[in-house]
Design a protein around this ligand. Structure first.
Ligand code: NAD
Length: 466
C-alpha cells in the first residue's frame, strides 16, 4: 500500500484537548489522484487473477493483524475523534468481524445458471468493477472504511479511500496495517479535503460515500454524470416512539444512550422522542429520560465509564449552542443540559428539550450533537405522522409491550431500519444497512448486499460450435 507524494499539509487535533496535535500530514493533491488510480488499476488486475483463496486469506490475515494491534488503534480513535474508549473498543472488534465475514465472501457463488433456449448453456457471472472510490466521515474511522473496502476487495476490486481530515491519523494507521497483508497499491489512502474527494469520484469505477447530506448530494451528482454506480449514506433525524404500554424506565435506559452517547455523533442517534398519551405520560417519560441522561458520565473519553465525550470541533460545538438558543427563542424549554461546558475541549452538555415546534430546524435538520427533543402525540396515528414528518428516513425505534401494536407501528414506518424495543443506534454488519428519503441514495450496504454493489453482472450465452 502506498501514499502518493503531495504538498499541502493538514493537521488533526484532539477534540478533548484541542491544543494537542494528533497528526500532521501531507494532503494528496487532486492532480495526483489519477496516478494513484492507474497504480490501483494495475494492482486490481493481478488481485482479481490471484483467485478466491488468495483474497480470502489476505483479508483473514488483516482481521488477525487488526486484532493483534487493536489497543493501538483504539487509543488513536479516542484521541483523534474523542470517541469514548468502550465504544472505540466495540468499533475495532466489529472491524475484525467485518474482515472475517467478508473474507469468506470471496468464496461465495458469483452467478447463476439458467435453462438455455438453445443447445449450450446460459449463465451469469459477477465481475469486479475495478477501482472503488470510497469517501468516509470521521465518526467511525475504522468500521466505515472497512465495511466498504473489505467487501470491495473480497470480490476483486482495488480501493482508493479518501478519509475525513479529522480522522486521517486513524486512516493512515489502517493503511499501514493493511500494507503488510495486501499487495502494493491495492488499497491506497488518499488524505485530503474536498478537492481530493472530487478527484477520486472523477477516476473511480464505483463510488461509496458516507457523510453529510450536502456533500453526499454533490458526490451522487458527480458520479451520475460520469455514469458510474454510486451509493451514499447520509444524515438522519431519527425518532423513538414510546407507546402507552411501554415500560418507561426500560425505554429511557435505551433511548438516553441512543441520543447522547459519543455526544450524539452517530447518523443513527435518536434526535426525537415521541410519547403517545397525554401530558402526564409525557412528563413520566421525560422524568425517566432526565434521570437516565443525568446518569451518563460526561468527560475525557479515555476514562473508563465515560460515555459522552466532546464534539468533534469548535464549529460543531457552536452549532449545537446556536440550534438550542434558537429553539429557546421559538418557545422550547430546556429540560436538562443546554450549555457548553466551561473547560478545554469541545464539550456540550447532553440536552433534552420540550415544547419544540415540530417544524423547528432542531426537529427537521440534523444537529450532529447530544441534543434530543421530546414530543407528545395524542394517539398512535399522530405519533407515526410525527415520526415520519421529516425528509430523512434512516431509523426509528418503537417501545412498548403489546406485540400486535408494535408490529402495526413497525409496518407503518418507512425508515430503512426499524427497531422494536431496541435503540436506534447499533448496527449488525451482516444485515443490510441504509435509509430512505434524504438519508440514503442507491443500494444498501453491509451484509450480503455489500459485495454485490462492487460487481457488475454479465450474462453469458454459450453454445457449442456449429
Ligand atoms: P462530511 O460530509 O463533511 O465529510 C464526509 C467526507 O466527504 C469527508 O471525507 C470529506 O472530506 C469528504 N468531502 C467533503 N467535500 C467533498 C466533495 N465536494 N467531494 C467529495 N468528498 C468530499 O461528513 P462528516 O462531518 O465527516 O461526517 C458527519 C456526517 O456523516 C453526518 O451528517 C452523519 O449523519 C453522516 N454519517 C452517516 C452515516 C450513515 O451511514 N448514514 C454514518 C456515519 C456518518
Amino acid at each position: 500500500m502506498s501514499t502518493p507524494t503531495s504538498v499541502p499539509t493538514m493537521e488533526s487535533h484532539s477534540p478533548h484537548a484541542p491544543s494537542h496535535r494528533v497528526a500532521k500530514f501531507e494532503a494528496v493533491r487532486a492532480q495526483e489522484v489519477p496516478g494513484a488510480a492507474d497504480a490501483a488499476r494495475q494492482a486490481q488486475t493481478a488481485w482479481w487473477a490471484s483467485g478466491a483463496s488468495t483474497r480470502a486469506n489476505a483479508l483473514s490475515d488483516l482481521a488477525v493483524l487488526l486484532r493483534e494491534r487493536r489497543s493501538d488503534v483504539q487509543q488513536l480513535i479516542v484521541e483523534e475523534v474523542g470517541k469514548p474508549s468502550d465504544e472505540a473498543k466495540g468499533e475495532v472488534s466489529r472491524a475484525v468481524s467485518i474482515c472475517n465475514y467478508y473474507a469468506q465472501r470471496a468464496y461465495a457463488p458469483s452467478g447463476d445458471t439458467f435453462p438455455s433456449s438453445m443447445p449450450g448453456r446460459l449463465f451469469t457471472e459477477r465481475r469486479p468493477r475495478g477501482v472503488a472510490g470510497i469517501i468516509t466521515p470521521w465518526n467511525f474511522p475504522v468500521a466505515i472504511p472497512l465495511w466498504k473496502a473489505v467487501p470491495a476487495l473480497a470480490v476483486g476490486n482495488a480501493v482508493l479511500l479518501k478519509p475525513s481530515p479529522e480522522a486521517t491519523a486513524t486512516a493512515r494507521w489502517l493503511a499501514e496495517t493493511a500494507s503488510s497483508v495486501l499487495p502494493a497499491d491495492l488499497l491506497q489512502v488518499l488524505p485530503g479535503e474536498a478537492t481530493t474527494g472530487s478527484a477520486l469520484v472523477a477516476v473511480s469505477d464505483v463510488v461509496s460515500f458516507t457523510g453529510s447530506e450536502q456533500v453526499g448530494r454533490s458526490v451522487v451528482t458527480a458520479a451520475a454524470v460520469r455514469g458510474i454506480p454510486v451509493q451514499a449514506e447520509m444524515g438522519g433525524q431519527n425518532a423513538a416512539i414510546v407507546l402507552e404500554d411501554a415500560d418507561v424506565e426500560a425505554a429511557a435506559r435505551q433511548i438516553a444512550p441512543a441520543a447522547m452517547a459519543f455526544a450524539g455523533q452517530k447518523c443513527t442517534a435518536t434526535r426525537r422522542v415521541i410519547v403517545v398519551g397525554g401530558q402526564a405520560r409525557r412528563r413520566e417519560v421525560r422524568d425517566a429520560l432526565v434521570s437516565a441522561v443525568s446518569a451518563m458520565r460526561v468527560g475525557d473519553p479515555s476514562i473508563d465509564g465515560v460515555s459522552v465525550g466532546p464534539l468533534i470541533s469548535e464549529q460543531a460545538r457552536d452549532r449545537a449552542l446556536t440550534f438550542v438558543d434558537r429553539a429557546i427563542s421559538a418557545g422550547a424549554q430546556v429540560v436538562v443540559g443546554g450549555r457548553a461546558l466551561p473547560q478545554p475541549g469541545w464539550y456540550f452538555e447532553p440536552t433534552l428539550i420540550e415544547d419544540l415546534p415540530p417544524d423547528h430546524e432542531l426537529a427537521c435538520e440534523e444537529l450532529f450533537g447530544p441534543v434530543a427533543a421530546i414530543f407528545e402525540a395524542g394517539d398512535v396515528d399522530e405519533a407515526v405522522d410525527l415520526a415520519e414528518g421529516t425528509r430523512y428516513g434512516l431509523v426509528t425505534s418503537v417501545h412498548g409491550r403489546d406485540a400486535a401494536a408494535l408490529l402495526d407501528v413497525a409496518c407503518r414506518l418507512s425508515t430503512g431500519m426499524i427497531k422494536v424495543n431496541a435503540p436506534t443506534t447499533g448496527v449488525d454488519f451482516y444485515a443490510p444497512f441504509g435509509g430512505e428519503g434524504d438519508s440514503s441514495y442507491g443500494p444498501r450496504e453491509q451484509g450480503e448486499v455489500g459485495p454485490e454493489f462492487y460487481t457488475s453482472v454479465h450474462t453469458v450465452t454459450f453454445a457449442p460450435h456449429a
